[in-house]
Design a binder for this molecule. Structure first.
Ligand SMILES: [Zn+2]
Length: 156
């Protein structure tokens, strides 16, 4: 949990200003203009487990901006998944819709963390020196399973 407020605004590659607010307190906020979505940093809690506060905050900010940078890809991916789901299945029930939303969001988390790693891979690796790999291994394993499971249901 952060005691201080970190607020950053950047212009995204598609021309819209995006803002990320970390703290004070548990919630993160990210979005465009006045549309800032407050959310619990569940993925950050797993991925940043054991990190020093400074490293955790830096990587959390990069990860949140990665979501905003990749928003257009997430939208296209969402349409692709539901297009394939509706064309391949006779019936897509509400449980399938909920699971596909989870799977799509999970793919977006993986993409955002990938962008976070590629932002400065040397700094990323240095931040995790001496930190157990288990939480990150759990993240990548579980998220991979959920995304593959989503495509398994969509393509059947
Ligand atoms: Zn995320």
């Amino acid at each position: 949990m952060n005691n201080k407020k970190i607020l950053l605004t950047k212009k995204m590659w598609y021309g819209i200003n995006a803002s990320v607010i970390i703290g004070p307190g548990f919630l993160h906020r990210a979005g465009h203009g006045i549309f800032l979505l407050p959310h619990p940093p569940i993925v950050d809690c797993i991925l940043r487990y054991g990190l020093r506060e400074n490293d955790r905050n830096k990587l959390s900010v990069i990860h949140e901006f990665a979501h905003l940078k990749t928003t257009p890809f997430a939208i296209v991916y969402t349409f692709l998944v539901f297009f394939v789901a509706y064309t391949n299945n006779n019936y897509v029930g509400w449980r399938m819709v909920l699971f596909l939303i989870l799977s799509i969001h999970t793919a977006w988390e993986m993409l955002s963390e990938g962008v976070t790693i590629l932002d400065d891979s040397h700094r990323y690796m240095a931040s995790y020196e001496g930190i157990p790999i288990l939480p990150r291994a759990c993240f990548w394993t579980i998220t991979s399973f959920i995304v593959i499971e989503g495509w398994y249901f969509v393509l059947l």
